[in-house]
Design a protein around this ligand. Structure first.
Ligand code: ADE
Length: 254
């Protein structure tokens, strides 16, 4: 997969993407990343890329011309076609389902805004999709681009050493949160590893993990449970989890 990033700070993206799974995906040629700086396509001695907003108000707006020229050069660098995705808090919230869709494409062009954003005419003419990584405002789209790159890189075939781990992660198993994980030592001042995980009973372990995933989702993200398709066995596991987490009868509650 090829990802092009249009940003005033292309080095930032290169740095972010140089480590761990994303770095390895690049080394294994599963991902090729290319940075493009709109300033290189700006006219004049100052290579200006932003200007004051019409109508007044604080901040600056990224101008059409340097971004348009930069995007044209980006597209021309490879005949493979991919959507232009603008990272902005006004975009559609990123989900694992969206990540899966993007990861299956041969190319993405990520457009990072700075300042107050990008001239809306450029967005209307050149952008296929707007994505937000959450309901908060960052000082630019670069961190959003880094998040998209990380999330899609780890889904490339061969990027993870243990392909299972992607499937078992949060949101990959039916949109539920992940179960808790433990490693050695089994006994520690901070607590014991649950006995079932040391039992060697694989069916019981799978059941416990599923129940923990269901229970955690119920406790922390009940909105996700509404979307998940639960089997009869899942419902029974969740019911038992709920019962166990209720205070003993007579204490509190109505
Ligand atoms: N740029 C600024 N804030 C952002 C956000 N929340 N998501 C994506 N891009 C952004």
């Amino acid at each position: 997969m090829r990802i092009d990033v249009v940003s005033l700070f292309p080095e930032f993206i290169a740095q972010c993407a140089g480590f761990g799974v994303v770095g390895r995906a690049q080394e294994r040629a599963l991902l090729s990343l290319h940075g493009w700086n709109p300033r290189d396509y700006a006219e004049g001695g100052y290579r200006r890329v932003d200007d004051r907003p019409f109508g007044g108000g604080p901040g600056m707006v990224m101008m059409i011309e340097p971004l348009q020229a930069c995007l044209a050069a980006t597209r021309a660098a490879d005949p493979v076609v991919g959507p232009v995705i603008y990272l902005t808090p006004q975009g559609t919230p990123l989900t694992q389902a969206k990540v899966r869709q993007l990861a299956a494409l041969p190319r993405l062009i990520l457009l990072c805004g700075r300042y107050e954003g990008v001239d809306e005419r450029l967005v209307a003419a050149e952008v296929d999709e707007e994505i937000s990584i959450g309901d908060y405002v960052l000082s630019g789209g670069e961190l959003g681009a880094a998040v998209v790159i990380d999330a899609v890189a780890r889904l490339q075939e061969g990027a993870l050493n243990d392909a299972e781990s992607a499937i078992q992660d949060s949101f990959e198993s039916d949109g539920l949160l992940d179960c808790p994980h433990y490693t050695h030592p089994a006994s520690h001042a901070l607590g014991e590893v649950p006995a079932v995980l040391r039992s060697g009973d694989h069916a019981a372990i799978a059941r416990w993990r599923r129940q923990q995933a269901l229970g955690r989702t119920w406790l922390r993200r009940p909105d996700l449970l509404d979307e998940a398709s639960l089997s009869k066995a899942d419902r029974a596991l969740l019911e038992a989890f709920r019962r166990d987490s209720l205070p003993p009868s007579g204490e509190g509650g109505a």
